[in-house]
Structure formats: structure tokens, C-alpha cells
Ligand binder design. Structure first.
Ligand code: MN
Length: 239
């Protein structure tokens, strides 16, 4: 597999990221995931399992359910399948230093009769996502003859899951632990309460905050205090 570049960029004794070829790698599961990565610049890493690796793109503005916008996606090195379950902190002085949130995960179906490898080679991959936040048909398309050659566009197709004006930052919590980026960065424990995900089909996180004043009358002392301030996410910062 083409994980040499992935391995060459990392020192696995210094980062909690999984080395290539770890045990228990699931194969042919049509897994996809999106990681929200607060590195030098905040971005989202979009990954599709094709031929035993996670084909990967860094998407500065993140994926969207809005079919009216096309988000730039930089094709980056393949990642091992095990990376798809990773959430945590890459220590300073390591490649990609910063916090990594498992922002969405699930499975996908390739659309059409052509294999994933062939769709990649032609620079036009069409697929249907079954995630917790992302659903429906998408394409990721190579912009040929541009710049460095790694420039692609991630596009939501018009279907029943399309949501004009959809805001990725309104969904900035982990599907693995329920944590915010800040909580991950501070190694806070996973949330015990679940969050609500608009459009989620099979697994639903519920808010840790009472959604309605009426909720105060319930006997749930384990929820976060009502006075807990809504955590503001750090704006896109460069450092
Ligand atoms: Mn990244």
C-alpha cells in the first residue's frame, strides 16, 4: 500500500497516531470519516477507504450539505485504515501538531460501475455517504491543469439531503466522544450525555444542555449546569 509518505512524515514513538499496518485493520468496509484538525490552520480531513487505505483530502472550509458551493480539497497522502478511528492530540514539533476530532464517520457507496481506483485515476469520484452528519450524494473532482496538481473540489449533489446554507461550524463536536475541539485539546473526558445531530439516522447524540426550560423540571442532575457558557470555538487561527 501507499503508506510510505504517511510513515515518513511521522515518528510513531512521539505521536499517538497509528502506524501503518496496525492489527485489527478493517478492510473493504467502505468506511469514510472526516476529522476536524486544529493544526497550523483549522481544516477538515476527508477520508474514503479505497483499496485498503484511506484516500485523503484536506478541506479548509470543510464538507458541506449545501449543493450551491464547491469547497477546495487538497489531495494529501494516504492514511492507514486505523487512522479512521483516531481522535486526540498530536504533540508539538510533530507533523500536523494539534488536536484531531473525529467529526463524522460512517460508510459510503461508490456510484456508477467504475471502481474506486478508476474513479480516482479519472479525477472524478462519485459516492453516497451514510454518516452521522453527512448524508447523500457527493463528488470529489480533480481540477486538472491547475497549480500543484493536488487541487480537487468537494461537491454536494442536489438530493433530499441537500441543505442550502448548511454551516459546518454549527456541528463542531465529535461523533466519537461528543467533545468540542477545545475539550479534546485539553484531554477532557468523553461526554456522558449525547448530542443531537440534525438529520442523524441511526445514532443520535443529544445536547448536554437542556433544550427547553421545561427540561429544568426533570430530575437529571447530571446535565451540565444551565449556566455553563456556550463554548466559543477558536476562530481559524494560524500559528
Ligand atoms: Mn489534517
Amino acid at each position: 500500500m501507499s503508506l510510505e509518505e504517511y510513515a515518513a512524515k511521522r515518528r510513531f514513538e512521539k505521536t499517538p497516531e497509528p502506524p501503518p499496518g496496525s492489527a485489527n485493520s478493517k478492510r473493504n468496509a467502505n468506511y469514510f470519516c472526516v476529522q476536524r484538525h486544529d493544526a497550523t490552520r483549522l481544516h477538515y480531513d476527508f477520508r474514503l477507504e479505497i483499496d485498503g487505505v484511506l484516500k485523503s483530502w484536506a478541506v479548509p472550509k470543510g464538507p458541506t450539505l449545501d449543493p450551491g458551493v464547491r469547497h477546495f480539497a487538497a489531495h494529501v497522502e494516504d492514511h492507514p485504515i486505523d487512522y479512521g478511528g483516531f481522535e486526540g492530540n498530536i504533540p508539538e514539533d510533530n507533523y500536523g501538531a494539534g488536536s484531531v476530532m473525529l467529526w463524522d464517520s460512517g460508510t459510503f457507496e461508490l456510484l456508477g460501475d467504475v471502481t474506486g481506483a478508476e474513479q480516482l485515476a479519472r479525477g472524478d469520484v462519485k459516492f453516497r455517504l451514510h454518516g452521522e452528519k453527512l448524508h447523500g450524494d457527493f463528488a470529489i473532482v480533480h481540477m486538472k491543469g491547475r497549480g500543484k496538481g493536488n487541487e480537487w473540489l468537494l461537491i454536494k449533489k442536489r438530493d433530499e439531503f441537500a441543505v442550502p446554507g448548511w454551516d459546518v461550524e454549527a456541528h463542531a463536536y465529535s461523533v466519537l466522544s461528543g467533545r468540542t475541539q477545545e475539550e479534546i485539546a485539553h484531554n477532557a473526558p468523553a461526554r456522558k450525555t449525547k448530542r443531537k445531530t440534525a438529520g442523524a439516522v441511526d445514532r443520535v447524540w443529544e445536547s448536554s444542555r437542556p433544550a427547553r426550560r421545561a427540561a429544568k423540571t426533570t430530575s437529571a442532575p447530571t446535565t451540565a449546569p444551565a449556566a455553563a457558557p456556550k463554548k466559543k470555538l477558536k476562530s481559524r487561527r494560524a500559528h
